[in-house]
Design a protein. Structure first.
Lengths: 464, 349
């Protein structure tokens, strides 16, 4: 396939996928590292233990490097709806625009302003107020996430609206804000953020253990990371599963596709792995590992629940919305993105549990094999989150707003393939460049035995 | 006044907040190579806006989000129509955002020079394109009957729109120089004052021409009576001239307050000239995007109003507090940049 063969909608979709996946590589680390850094600063404030201060500053720097790209790429997201999806924007602005505007006013302002106070306020604010600025900024990031997920969840499960003159109009802001889908998505995403924060932190601690650098300091950080990681990764498995139930009722097609379930079943086994069976013409896998009844439980909460098949759902949708449209998302992609996400989730729980066990046995600093594992595991939350968003967004196709507007009809008519080609190339080049610089900087500032600036400052009390 | 008009004014207020606040950040960025002689001095200049620039930029995020929510039609036409222009703005803003954070991350002079340069580039580029974009809203762009843009990127350039862009740049540079005279000390501060004096006349000349031309465009292209846009335009010119006078009288705070007022009045002139339209269509005037045909329904606007009434005063309060906390002039003695932060003993430790 060449670029020329792609339609405007294809290019706009590729662009949105690229920029939003990229944006979400930085956002969850901000969401998760924020409270962890604030916790360490609180511990310093309470105990006056210098190690906590060193850790606050160490992880605080990583938090800020990461935050900068999150801000820069977030702006792109806000502009992109209007730039590439003008029909969508006109259609949903009444409803979808509201949480975005509220996010800016009520959350992003808080986050940006108080983070500025925190970064520059070390010597100008009392320790108590300075600590409060960080917690306020963290509150801002968590509020921000809520409003964004309210907006996104409305695309998955529209509530509190009516259609007037071909436009969705808000009828109940409470329905919008208390959308059950949004609340579950929020919990799932915030837990993902905490997993990011704690797993990345654990990996960096293990990197220091491996090199034998500042072991005493990083043992304290590893403890914090493990205290968060173990319950959160476990809870996420439960919450992710419950979220699946919400998806089943709002977007049956997404669940059917994520299980490559072509025909309605009851009870349904969970396919843990399969080869083939991903297309309508080849619905039966040539090889599969199936765990009986588990899919019924995951999708409905009952071991004997019924899960509708893709073919049956296609018929229902055709009756509801008209023939001539394939209402199924790409089954192969959805099936695997769901598994990559879930398996990564399980793997991260096992690593966290293992780490906690080693910590308890006082062997965490010496288990070199675990250090290497934990360093590799830094990549896992990134993989899981990316897979999760691919599942969420591609699983909604062909709809841009579930049941209301098709993606193929939502793009900007005034934007040509040329413009889209230019902007796509532009974003890819810019983002690759930003990514490389960010990676180099993060690595440099996370590295064990980073050049100690003790000579730089006369009072070496807290230097690194 | 109905809610649609209230929101038209509020969008104007949000853009005013953005241009007044980020205006001096842009100005500081533009003046880095001229006022700062070495990387240390440029670091001090950047420190003067370090704690506040991010909060200032959020005014853009809010303006964008509020336009999306309150006037979906305006947002959709403007953002898809001014496609390449907005892409350029994103480029300028992104390199600028990361430059703040990244410049400090290495002591290499070359690295610092690159990111100071990126900051300057972004600080010139973004207001230039914003000026061009806003001029086009008023001057008129080709739209079809469903309000979709039918022109090309090059249609956005005219003598008037480019004048608008250049005016934004010079006005912000003047505004930023005024800010620096309030925030720096010693030789650096003197050089900022010199820069301000040099910029004063060009700013007045460009500002006045742009404002007068704007009134004439409003009359010709948007069917406005002369008086309505002429009042804020005249007030803007008066403020700008007074800013020049106070600059030369060494009344720094007054001069800065007056450049802020000028920028606010320029936005007021543009919005008054646009009313009741938000994007003028030319040549098919009937296809213009208006407040009425692009606004959200009453319920959405009510929700937004409640949120704005509660949060805006809070935002103003805590942002003002930030300026109060960092009111001391920056000297470069105590560079509290994020990297240096790591090496610094905290208060009370």
């Amino acid at each position: 396939m060449t670029l020329i063969a792609w339609s405007v909608v294809d290019l706009a979709r590729i662009q949105f996928a690229t920029t939003s996946i990229y944006h979400f590589l930085f956002v969850p680390l901000t969401l998760g590292l924020g409270p962890l850094v604030a916790t360490m600063q609180t511990l310093w404030y309470r105990t006056r233990d210098e190690n906590w201060l060193r850790l606050t500053k160490f992880f605080g720097t990583l938090f800020l490097i990461n935050f900068a790209i999150g801000v820069a790429t977030g702006l792109v997201q806000e502009f992109e709806f209007g730039m590439n999806w003008s029909v969508y924007s006109r259609f949903v602005g009444n409803v979808f625009g509201a949480p975005l505007a509220i996010e800016g006013l009520a959350a992003f302002m808080l986050e940006s302003t108080f983070l500025g106070l925190w970064i520059f306020g070390w010597n100008r604010l009392s320790p108590r107020v300075h600590l409060a600025t960080l917690w306020t900024a963290v509150l801002g990031t968590w509020l921000s996430g809520y409003f964004i997920l309210v907006a996104n969840s409305w695309m998955q499960h529209p509530v509190g609206y009516k259609i007037v003159d071909g436009q969705a109009q808000l009828t109940s802001v409470w329905a919008l804000l208390s959308n059950g889908f949004a609340l579950r998505a929020y919990l799932h995403t915030m837990l993902a953020g905490l997993i990011f924060g704690s797993i990345v932190m654990l990996g960096i601690c293990c990197w220091h253990f491996l090199r034998g650098r500042d072991v005493d300091v990083f043992r304290q950080a590893a403890k914090v990371a493990l205290i968060v990681a173990v319950p959160v990764t476990l809870l996420q498995l439960v919450v992710g599963n419950r979220f699946g139930e919400a998806v089943t009722s709002a977007q049956s097609m997404k669940i059917a596709a994520s299980e490559a379930q072509w025909n309605t079943c009851q009870p349904c086994g969970f396919s843990a792995f399969q080869i083939g069976g991903f297309t309508k013409n080849d619905p039966t896998p040539s090889f599969s590992i199936v765990i009986p009844r588990v899919l019924s439980y995951m999708a409905t909460g009952s071991f004997s629940g019924q899960v509708q098949g893709l073919n049956q759902l296609q018929q229902q949708e055709e009756q509801k919305y008209g023939r001539g449209v394939n209402y199924m998302p790409n089954v192969r992609t959805i099936y695997w993105s769901m598994r990559v996400m879930a398996y990564m989730g399980v793997l991260m729980f096992l690593i966290a549990a293992l780490g906690a066990l080693l910590y308890w046995k006082k062997r965490l600093e010496h288990a070199r094999w675990f250090h290497r594992t934990a360093i590799v595991a830094i990549a896992f939350p990134y993989i899981a989150a990316t897979a999760g968003w691919i599942l969420t967004e591609m699983g909604r196709q062909p709809w841009i707003v579930q049941g209301l507007l098709l993606t193929s009809q939502a793009n900007s008519p005034s934007v040509s393939t040329t413009w889209l080609g230019i902007s796509l190339g532009f974003f890819v080049l810019l983002y690759v460049f930003l990514g490389v610089v960010d990676f180099v900087l993060m690595r440099r500032y996370a590295r064990p035995g980073r050049p100690a600036p003790r000579e730089e400052v006369p009072e070496p009390a807290v230097s690194f | 006044m109905n809610l649609q008009n209230v929101w038209f004014v509020l969008i104007g207020v949000l853009w005013t907040g953005y241009f007044v606040l980020e205006g001096f950040d842009f100005g500081v960025g533009m003046l880095l190579p001229f006022v700062g002689r070495d990387q240390r001095e440029r670091g001090v200049m950047l420190e003067s806006i370090g704690p506040v620039w991010d909060g200032n930029e959020v005014w853009l995020v809010v303006a964008g989000g509020a336009t999306f929510a309150a006037f979906p039609g305006w947002y959709a036409t403007m953002f898809s129509g001014f496609y390449i222009a907005l892409l350029l703005i994103l480029f300028f803003l992104i390199v600028r955002v990361v430059s703040f954070e990244w410049r400090e991350k290495s002591d290499s002079p070359r690295w610092q020079a690159v990111w100071a340069g990126a900051n300057t580039l972004g600080s010139v580029g973004a207001p230039l394109i914003w000026g061009i974009a806003f001029a086009n809203l008023l001057q008129g762009v080709p739209l079809d009957s469903s309000h979709e843009f039918t022109g090309t990127f090059w249609d956005l350039f005219s003598v008037y729109s480019v004048l608008a862009g250049v005016t934004f740049v010079v006005l912000f540079a003047f505004h930023g120089a005024g800010y620096l005279t309030l925030r720096l000390t010693g030789d650096l501060c003197r050089r900022a004052a010199h820069a301000k004096w040099r910029l004063a006349l060009p700013a007045v000349a460009l500002g006045a021409s742009f404002l007068i031309w704007t009134v004439s465009v409003a009359v010709d292209n948007n069917d406005k009576p002369v008086l309505t846009p002429a009042i804020p335009a005249a007030a803007a010119i008066v403020a700008l001239v007074l800013a020049l006078v106070f600059s030369f009288l060494h009344r720094r705070a007054w001069a800065f307050g007056l450049t802020a007022a000028t920028i606010a009045l320029v936005v007021a002139t543009l919005f008054t000239s646009l009313y009741p339209r938000v994007i003028v269509s030319s040549p098919d005037f009937a296809n213009s995007v208006t407040i009425a045909n692009s606004a959200s329904a009453h319920y959405t606007l009510t929700v937004l109003t409640v949120v704005a009434v509660i949060t805006t005063p809070l935002v103003l309060l805590y942002q003002s507090w930030t300026y109060y906390v960092f009111r001391a002039r920056v000297t470069g003695e105590e560079v509290a940049s994020p990297t240096k932060m790591i090496t610094q003993p905290p208060a009370g430790a």
